[in-house]
Design a protein around this ligand. Structure first.
Ligand SMILES: [Zn+2]
Ligand SMILES: [Zn+2]
Length: 262
């Protein structure tokens, strides 16, 4: 398959995202704005005055885990635990990214939202989740001070079966909020891999061997990269993409996700 097909498919997907966003004011004119997850009317919702299409109840559900998160891996930890150098879960693992910035934990409604956000036409939900992540974690995202936002890429064949790439929609929203570029061409997935969630932890790294490559000609030297994915399970995928970014000269990589799997 020639490379242009890969790029054309991505371009079409990006255009769809832009068109969906552009059509929203028109939709609002005809129908009152609704929660992107539960479809509840947002017209009298006090929380939704910030323009994020999530109702008060969904926002509470998505962030119901009140425990603090490990600064390094994003997993929930007990009170007063110092996680500057990681928690029990991650202190023995060699993560190349410096931190994980998350919205919540992959359970209940947030788990459903992550799954639904991958489906066809779910750009508004993915965008709302990214905006809510921004609202909750703006300080950490700005403090990291990234130069560019990059999403964990999917293999090009998946653009046919999964035309909406949730992580890319999220990356575009976060880049807009941070007023920095989003470069979806910087990293590509060059071969198909087995779904990581179906593999034991010991086989996940082997599964991703040589799966990601940075694209030549994309300047990454000394760049601080915000790497975006929808879900973080063991961190193996983000760690592998971080490895290729650092090898291409990036100075530091932080990971932003909707949810971490407990
Ligand atoms: Zn809702
Ligand atoms: Zn940790």
């Amino acid at each position: 398959m020639p490379q242009t097909t890969d790029d054309d498919t991505k371009l079409r997907s990006r255009l769809r995202t832009k068109l969906a966003a552009a059509a929203m004011p028109l939709v609002d004119f005809v129908l009152p704005p609704a929660c992107a997850f539960c479809k509840r009317d947002l017209e009298n919702d006090d929380e939704a005055v910030d323009g994020i299409r999530l109702c008060e109840r969904c926002r509470k559900n998505f962030t119901s885990d009140q425990r603090s998160a490990c600064l390094k891996c994003g997993m929930s930890v007990g009170p007063y635990v110092d996680t500057k150098n990681g928690c029990l879960e991650c202190s023995r693992r060699h993560f190349r990214f410096t931190q994980v910035i998350r919205l919540g934990v992959y359970e209940d409604n947030l788990r459903t939202a992550c799954i639904r956000g991958k489906s066809r036409g779910a750009e508004p939900l993915a965008a709302a989740l990214a905006s809510f992540l921004w609202k909750r974690q703006q300080d950490r995202l700005q403090e990291f001070s990234p130069d560019v936002v990059i999403s964990v890429p999917q293999y090009w064949l998946h653009w046919f079966t999964r035309p909406h790439h949730q992580a890319q929609t999220m990356a575009e929203v976060l880049a807009e909020r941070l007023t920095i570029p989003c470069d979806e061409r910087a990293v590509r997935k060059v071969r198909r891999t087995v779904d990581q969630s179906s593999l034991p932890r010991s086989k996940r790294l082997k599964n991703l061997e040589h799966a990601f490559r940075t694209r030549r000609g994309i300047p990454l030297k000394n760049k601080r990269v915000l790497l975006v994915d929808d879900i973080l399970t063991t961190g193996t995928t983000s760690n592998e993409v971080t490895r290729v970014l650092l090898r291409a000269g990036a100075s530091s990589v932080a990971v932003a996700v909707i949810a971490v799997v407990p």
